[in-house]
Design a protein around this ligand. Structure first.
Ligand code: FER
Length: 246
């Protein structure tokens, strides 16, 4: 079912999918990554695995991405966190109480941050290649290979050819500490990370996995940032982990 969820004035485009014959099932809210959208193949496959385990899924486009409102260059981690809090409120108003957050890369980081804020409402986290290093990169002056002076932030940050970010993206990211969010979260966490991910090093997931109280880390051999080498293995790991909780 296609939905529009409002985060104040911003319209977020979302898709709610419920598994066959399941009532009172858990709901997983699924976040995509930087420059991505809710309907990319690996995100569809991850959501499918969650439904196979008996969960409903709510995929949505974050600010400045996909079919949601907002300009790409104006997106920040704060806006993405706010979007996620609005989607959690929406899910609760719909009667879903057993809520999980899942995200890929930058969406994985945001799922972890929102999970720390809503530790009393979010049962568990499923993070795929979470980009835990963005805040430190912003403080050190390096994002996606683009170098800048972290104390004199440029107005425009050309992180990817043809795609500019506003300097406020960096200003926001510099203030964020994912470690605190991990310390606040009490539920179970599943992290999947490919050891051939050349966008986000898997060692970041290892460092954060040690920080969570209850975390299963799957370092997938030969897998890339977009889980396109062994998608069935990614699905199997998610399905098995989720099945234990439904
Ligand atoms: C960065 C590393 C990773 C970054 C963004 C990402 C803007 C996000 C990747 C993704 O979501 O796929 O330095 O800076």
């Amino acid at each position: 079912m296609e939905l529009t969820i409002r985060d104040d004035g911003i319209r977020l485009s979302a898709v709610l999918e419920e598994p066959e014959g399941a009532e009172n099932c858990p709901l997983v809210i699924v976040l995509h990554g930087f420059t991505s959208a809710k309907d990319r193949p690996h995100t569809l496959l991850a959501a499918e695995a969650m439904r196979d385990a008996g969960c409903a899924t709510l995929r949505f486009d974050l600010y400045g991405h996909g079919e949601s409102d907002g300009e790409f260059r104006k997106h920040t981690l704060f806006k993405w966190i706010n979007n996620t809090l609005a989607v959690i409120d929406f899910a609760r108003e719909r009667g879903y109480q057993d809520l999980y957050l899942s995200g890929h890369s930058q969406g994985g980081l945001v799922a972890a941050l929102a999970g720390g804020m809503e530790a009393d409402r979010i049962r568990g986290l499923i993070l795929r290649a979470p980009a835990f290093m963005i805040p430190q990169g912003a403080r050190d002056g390096e994002l996606l290979g683009y170098a800048f002076d972290p104390e004199h932030i440029p107005d425009t940050v050309p992180v990817i050819k043809g795609l500019d970010l506003d300097g406020n993206y960096i200003r926001v990211a510099q203030t964020i500490h994912a470690e605190e969010a991990a310390d606040r979260f009490r539920g179970p966490v599943l992290i999947l990370h490919g050891d051939e991910d050349d966008t986000v090093p898997w060692e970041e997931s290892q460092r954060m996995a040690q920080r969570y109280r209850d975390c299963e880390l799957n370092v997938m051999h030969g897998e890339t940032h977009h889980f396109d080498r062994h998608p069935e293995e990614m699905q199997r790991i998610i399905r098995e982990w989720m099945k234990k909780r439904v």
